[in-house]
Design a protein around this ligand. Structure first.
Ligand code: BTN
Length: 325
């Protein structure tokens, strides 16, 4: 999806009215083509003022994650530089995996959708992804790392989201092991990482991030109302999703480069420091087994060290945690 040519032109004119004639000349198109392009721009949600004898002026942009909006001033060198935008899709993770099969997406390529019709959560759950309310994105990476680092890579994504939200909004989210982000005990972000490859080397990693941004309480379905939150509920104001997505791409890139250069120590340090889990009594569902105990630590391998009621210390590497009250 390319930036409409008249948009770029109107943007460059800032607050000035530009006549159809001037635009037609500058863009080497007919005046009828300018008019058609302006109509198209309005269909995309841009407000364009048109005053007889003065011309056109860009008044407002829509709340959409169009690639040209996200990529303008995007301070990354590879994450989000290739962007696949959908107004709606089944799941951005599915689209990313499809791309990996049918094309050669660049390192850091990302899929973004305004809404997902079949958004996927962990453990086969659904992920509620209403239109225009959140950030539903999947980032494609090819880390030259063993599959065993998978747990740590999903923790890396959680740390990146935390840093991005802090940078863009000033809000301090906490990390519920392994990779949920909470505010005031409510889940604001979930991460679903999917991988392909051999034991000794990951062929690809799709990092799917679902960040609730502008929902208000009533927007959540009944069954989520007690547990889900959004950045808007946390901040008390609605937030710019473009700014957040730019920060997210920047922090994913920075964390990823940090891991490739220095390993996972710094990431794990953040995960421990901003943990909602450590010291808490909790239940972990890991496959068929359910364990209850107190979270004593997060190891250098990313595993959660749980002290069971028997006193035994066990480490779990994935699963669903429920904090006990
Ligand atoms: C969870 O259960 O906590 C993980 C939720 C992950 C949701 C995101 S939204 C973007 C990406 N596409 C999907 O279908 N799921 C992930």
């Amino acid at each position: 999806m390319e930036e409409p040519r008249v948009l770029k032109f109107l943007r460059d004119c800032d607050d000035r009215f530009v006549s159809g004639e001037e635009m037609a000349e500058a863009l080497s198109i007919s005046r009828a083509a300018v008019w058609k392009d302006i109509e198209n721009l309005r269909r995309l949600g841009y407000a364009v003022a048109a005053i007889p004898n003065r011309g056109y002026r860009l008044v407002a942009k829509p709340d959409c994650l169009y690639p040209w909006e996200v990529q303008a001033d995007l301070a990354t060198s590879f994450v989000g530089r290739e962007l696949f935008y959908f107004r709606e899709t089944d799941s951005t993770n599915n689209q990313a995996k499809k791309l990996l099969k049918t094309a050669t997406p660049a390192e850091g390529a990302a899929v973004v959708a305004e809404t997902q019709l079949a958004g996927k959560g962990r453990l086969g759950r659904q992920w509620f992804s209403p239109a225009g309310a959140g950030i539903w994105t999947s980032i494609i990476l090819h880390p030259a790392l063993p599959v065993a680092d998978m747990a740590k890579l999903t923790i890396m994504a959680a740390v990146a989201v935390r840093r991005a939200v802090l940078e863009a909004t000033g809000l301090e989210l906490v990390i519920k092991w392994p990779n949920d982000l909470l505010w005031a005990g409510r889940k604001v972000c979930g991460i679903l990482a999917e991988l392909g490859g051999e034991v000794d080397r990951l062929a690809f990693l799709v990092v799917g991030i679902g960040l609730n941004v502008n929902q208000v309480a009533e927007d959540f379905p009944e069954e989520l109302r007690e547990t889900a939150g959004s950045l808007r509920l946390a901040a008390g104001r609605s937030l710019d999703r473009v700014v957040l997505l730019q920060a997210l791409f920047r922090q994913v890139e920075a964390c990823y480069l940090q891991v490739l250069k220095e390993g996972f120590a710094g990431i794990l340090e953040d995960c421990r420091r901003y943990s909602a889990t450590l010291g808490q009594r909790l239940t972990v569902r890991e496959g068929a087994r359910t364990l209850t105990g107190v979270a004593r630590g997060i190891g250098d391998d990313g595993g959660l060290q749980l002290e069971l009621t028997t006193g035994e210390l066990v480490t779990v590497y994935s699963g669903d945690t429920t904090l006990s009250v």
